[in-house]
Design a protein. Structure first.
Length: 287
């Protein structure tokens, strides 16, 4: 009768099979890990459910309130500033001739939101303001939790947010404000939001050659970016504050370029003042 000894060739065969099976199991687990991590990294919020209700300042008044006397133009000479408006789909067809006759000389028009929405009134508003004689530009309402900064910048440029050196087109603007759909800061860290904006701005400049304007309030900026000073030297500031003065500015900016001073002005609601005379506004358009 044969006796199975430690040196028998049968035991190594069984051990090899066991080790091989264990290694294959471990390999399968390791291969699964990157896929799981990747799925977590790219998880995004749903596309905006009511983008027609989101415009520059729509969330500012809700979260920050409005000051007494809102709707009256700020003090100061019109010779050193230029009156403007901003509009979106909630304004419908805009009476541009009425605004021109009242002294309005520039306009920003909402073009897009996330990568799924375009303003259905964009043509009437963007072309209408131009035809009335105004300098105009498009803006994008950011939703940083739905897609990357680059994706949203490309979508914006492809749907009305481009730029041309015709003397009548302002650089595009990025609207960064309170999230209409949930967490104030879109569920991102301060660093995450800053990086998202850097991605957006870099992509926009690569596509158009221009540094975009940023629309944001000081309160939101402090809360959600840690009062980052990363953009003040490059991106012109369009700041909302509904009252008699522009107030404190976000870190990095020594002055504002555009001030949205009311959400209840004549004809369209949102009225702005450019911080400079007409020749400086024309210079901003020309790049």
């Amino acid at each position: 009768m044969s006796v199975l000894r430690s040196g028998s060739p049968h035991r190594p065969a069984r051990s090899l099979a066991t080790v091989t099976g264990a290694l294959l199991t471990l390999l399968a687990l390791l291969l699964a890990l990157p896929a799981t991590a990747g799925a977590t990294a790219v998880r995004r919020a749903p596309e905006p459910a009511h983008p027609g209700q989101d415009w520059a300042g729509s969330q500012i008044a809700k979260h920050e309130g409005t000051a007494a006397g809102i709707g009256t133009p700020p003090a100061g000479s019109l010779a050193s500033s230029v009156e403007g408006v901003d509009v979106s789909s909630h304004n419908g067809n805009v009476a541009w001739s009425t605004l021109w006759n009242s002294g309005v000389r520039f306009a920003y028009v909402k073009a897009t939101e996330s990568t799924s929405y375009t303003n259905p009134y964009f043509a009437q508003q963007y072309n209408g303001s131009y035809n009335a004689g105004m300098i105009r530009g498009g803006y994008h309402f950011a939703t940083p939790n739905t897609s990357s900064g680059a994706a949203q910048a490309n979508y914006f440029v492809d749907h009305g947010g481009g730029w041309s050196k015709d003397g009548k087109t302002l650089p595009g603007a990025l609207d960064m404000e309170y999230n209409p759909y949930g967490a104030t800061c879109y569920g991102l860290s301060a660093a995450g939001l800053v990086n998202w904006m850097k991605d957006w701005f870099a992509t926009y400049k690569a596509r158009t050659g221009r540094d975009a304007v940023i629309y944001t309030s000081t309160s939101w900026w402090k809360q959600c970016t840690g009062n980052s000073s990363a953009f003040g030297a490059i991106n012109p500031l369009w700041v909302p504050r509904y009252g008699s003065s522009v107030g404190e500015l976000p870190a990095g900016w020594g002055f504002h370029t555009i001030w949205q001073y009311t959400s209840t002005g004549p004809t369209v609601g949102d009225h702005n003042r450019f911080n400079g005379a007409m020749d400086r506004l024309q210079a901003l358009a020309n790049g």
